[in-house]
Design a protein around this ligand. Structure first.
Ligand code: C5P
Length: 227
């Protein structure tokens, strides 16, 4: 069988990472969560007081970009790689609603995108990779052999994210989560640099009414038709 690149894009909380992890495990491929990288940059900006509800010091963030080192380290117990920011495991810290509130603003900055895209292309240069994000099939790997574009209604997605955050013990309301999902959708689809759009040659999957297993089987069939 041949090694391919699988690009999975779509709106937030469509279950991209769940599908991508399942696929990577099944195929013995590397999985890369690019959202985690943007989240880590947002966390860095928060830690350095460069971003708050009413201000964002982009210029200062740009001067500090070279000080941001992002790495994925495989956790054998969890079975997937965790995000490290300057040597520190930030896997939990990047999943809070606060980071979710700032990440799309940070992801609008072209210099941030250029830095992360370069690192993502490097990680995928030998193929055998499943990468999820917003611009993987359009910008990072326009030649990917398989591109999936995932969608689901905003209410379905907010409910999923809300359940996830509750389980982790975060005290959030459903309305707060829905508002965040809608705001990120808006910013992600309207930014100038690499907006979230479906690549022309992507396969669209609306999973509002699909179980995880049904979705996985459908995508696995697509993979097997190629490899
Ligand atoms: O995938 P996740 O929801 O964790 O991504 C967080 C945010 O990072 C997105 O809402 C988007 O603003 C940004 N992002 C991006 N390009 C990617 C991955 C994520 O702009 N490839």
């Amino acid at each position: 069988t041949k090694k391919i690149t699988i690009a999975i894009d779509g709106f937030s909380s469509t279950g991209k990472s769940t599908l991508a992890k399942q696929l990577a495990k099944q195929l013995g491929y590397v999985y890369v969560d690019t959202g985690a990288m943007y989240r880590a940059v947002a966390l860095f900006a928060m830690q350095n007081n460069l971003i708050s509800v009413d201000s964002f010091d982009k210029v200062k963030l740009l001067t500090k970009l070279k000080n941001i080192v992002l790495e994925f380290k495989f956790n054998t117990e969890l079975g997937f790689a965790e995000m490290y920011l300057n040597g520190e495991n930030v896997e939990k810290a990047i999943r809070t609603i606060e980071v979710s509130g700032f990440v799309s603003k940070v992801a609008e900055v072209s210099e941030v995108r250029a830095k992360l895209v370069e690192q993502q292309q490097e990680m995928g240069k030998n193929k055998a990779i499943v990468m999820d994000g917003r611009d993987i099939g359009t910008v990072v790997f326009p030649d990917a052999e398989l591109k999936i574009f995932m969608t689901a209604s905003a209410a379905t997605r907010a409910q999923r994210r809300y359940d996830e955050l509750l389980q982790k013990g975060d005290s959030v309301t459903y309305e707060e989560v829905l508002k965040n999902v809608e705001e990120r959708d808006y910013i992600d689809t309207h930014r100038d640099d690499s907006p979230l759009v479906m690549a022309e040659d992507a396969v669209e999957i609306d999973n509002s009414h699909l179980s995880r297993e049904e979705q996985f089987e459908a995508v696995l069939d697509l993979v097997n038709a190629i490899i």
